[in-house]
Design a binder for this molecule. Structure first.
Ligand code: ADP
Ligand code: MG
Length: 349
């Protein structure tokens, strides 16, 4: 690598990082930065999901990588090359938008060839390249159809081919599935995942859906208020949320104040028993009393809602019980119970 190519990088970039963000900051007019000095390395060939609630800075981060948004301070490196000040088209990134944003009046072939036309490439050559890419995503036979004559899955493949025609090193996707109906969304995300692996390309995918990120990502980057709260595999983030925010945001966890600090316990790790006067005092590490407020059948599981009496007052808690366990001892609305957990399942939040 030519060191002169990255003059403002405070440390050498690593070869296995497709994208590296160094103290990257974006300030709009308002006082709080939208993205606040984030550092991140995205491994080459990985599927990376930026996850977080609306307004946490995901799209701003993605747009700074794409070159659609100026950087206030910090750097964006692509394969070790500092691209912070390069125009979007010169970066080696490509973007895939919500609902694929295909031109409805153009054929699949012309949609894919569009950016080459903008670059001034002649018709024969651009159509040859577009046809080749459509073949690659198994859409060659439908090249003359317009988007309205294609299924959702076929449209997604055209959008993918259109993004790939510029031979990007990194594909950036901003909530590409969020406008689709739930059934199509699950189908499409399986396809995205398959294509990413098949192409061996680095994908950076923005979503506010925990479920989507868990299904897709090799690496999840959880953001909140313009900063990164945790980076890890879906398994790591779900099983060992680093902060109370993540435990709550990922769902499936109860955040409980024991009196000696807050802990997070997965709702399928909660132990529930009928109220017992000989049980340890409420609010201690041994557990706490609670009242059943909701019983919801979810097929193989029953989800119980409870009002728990924690050290600091009433706390909403959920417990996921296998259906067979619930059948052995059904709990009823308004019933008093005792909740506890194994120490190994209580994460410090
Ligand atoms: P996300 O994609 O996570 O929902 P965004 O990156 O779009 O969040 O926005 C982060 C913050 O920056 C929000 O507070 C948003 O209101 C603000 N913001 C985004 N774009 C602009 C803009 N063009 N001008 C001013 N503020 C913006
Ligand atoms: Mg957004």
């Amino acid at each position: 690598m030519d060191a002169a190519a990255t003059p403002i990088s405070p440390r050498p970039a690593t070869a296995d990082a497709a994208v590296e963000l160094i103290s990257l900051t974006k300030r709009y007019a308002s006082a709080a930065p939208a993205v606040d000095a984030i550092n991140l390395r995205i491994r080459s060939g990985s599927y990376c999901c930026l996850l977080g609630p609306s307004g946490c800075g995901k799209s701003t981060t993605l747009r700074m990588i794409a070159g659609h948004e100026s950087v206030t301070t910090g750097d964006v490196l692509l394969e070790g090359r500092n691209i912070t000040r390069l125009p979007a088209a010169a970066r080696g990134t490509a973007m895939m938008f919500q609902s694929f944003a295909l031109f409805p009046h153009l054929s699949a072939l012309d949609n894919v060839a569009f950016s080459l036309k903008m670059k001034g490439m002649g018709r024969t050559e651009r159509q040859r390249q577009a046809a080749e890419l459509l073949e690659r995503v198994a859409m060659g036979h439908l090249a003359q159809r317009k988007p309205g004559e294609l299924s959702g899955g076929q449209q997604q493949r055209v959008a993918l081919a259109r993004a790939l025609i510029t031979q990007p090193r990194v594909l950036l996707l901003d909530e590409p599935l969020s406008a689709l109906d739930p059934f199509l969304r699950i189908q499409m995300r399986a396809e995205l995942r398959r294509w990413q692996k098949e192409l061996g390309l680095t994908f950076v995918h923005v979503t506010h859906s925990q479920e989507e990120a868990m299904a897709l990502a090799d690496t999840m980057v959880v953001m909140n208020h313009g900063v990164i709260e945790q980076v890890g595999s879906p398994h790591e983030i779900y099983n060992a949320p680093a902060t109370e925010f993540i435990a709550r945001f990922m769902g499936g966890h109860n955040v409980i104040d024991t009196g000696a600090g807050k802990i997070a316990v997965r709702n399928d790790h909660m132990l529930i028993a009928p109220a017992d006067p000989t049980a340890p005092a409420e609010g201690t590490a041994g557990g706490m009393g609670a009242t059943i407020t909701d019983v919801e059948y979810q097929g193989t599981y029953v989800l119980l809602g409870l009002d728990a009496r924690s050290a600091t007052g009433p706390t909403g808690v959920s417990v996921m019980l296998p259906e067979a366990r619930f059948a052995e001892r059904p709990y009823t609305l308004g019933e008093d119970v005792h909740l506890s957990w194994h120490a190994a399942h209580a994460l410090r939040a």
